[in-house]
Design a protein around this ligand. Sequence first.
Ligand SMILES: [Zn+2]
Length: 227
Amino acid sequence: MKKWKFGLIAGLMLLLPLALNTPVANAQTTATTEATTKPAKKTTPKAKKHYLIVMGHGAGDPGARGNGTTEATFLRKYMLPQLRKYAKEVQNSTVTFYNPKKNLVSDTLFHHQGSYKLNKKTTVIMFHLDAPAGHGGHVIIHKQHPTARDKRLAKVIQKYVGLNKAYNGYSYRTNLKNCNVLRKRGIDYSLVESGFITNKTDVHHLKKNMAKIAKADIEAITNEKIK
Ligand SMILES: [Zn+2]
């Protein structure tokens, strides 16, 4: 009797793992898959550098006016679509655009959003058009001396529109709100004054070369060549 009971229990013990086996085995397989996926992710190339492009002042602020248009309209209508197009082509960086319906400055100063929502490693590139009178563009820089990126951006302006003689390419400013909302949070930036909206020749050159300028600007920002 005892022997039979033992046999039954032993038999049940043998069957029990069989009944339980399937889900346990599945769980183990899942765990193993996860374990092998994670280190694989770590070996992929380092995280892509993020650039955020801000077109003009944003929201309802038209910015500078001239030649029958506004800074906001010109930047959004002509430049933004081209920049978006080439931004998709870069491999080692991620380029995104700040919602033109939003104003980074007021988002930061009044809503604790804007630059507060940015990763400190993000670099912000702002595009603007100058006024009231003059010719050519320049780069408003984050530090006293231009970075390699600032120099590449200035070269694009020089090639297609020309540089503003007053600045010789660069201007270091600490009194601009749109820069200071970034500066105060330790975020790197460049502000590109692409030319004068009030200058017929500047606007003509910008319009005529917009695709080339946008491509060159994305290359200058990311330091990548686009085919
Ligand atoms: Zn502006």
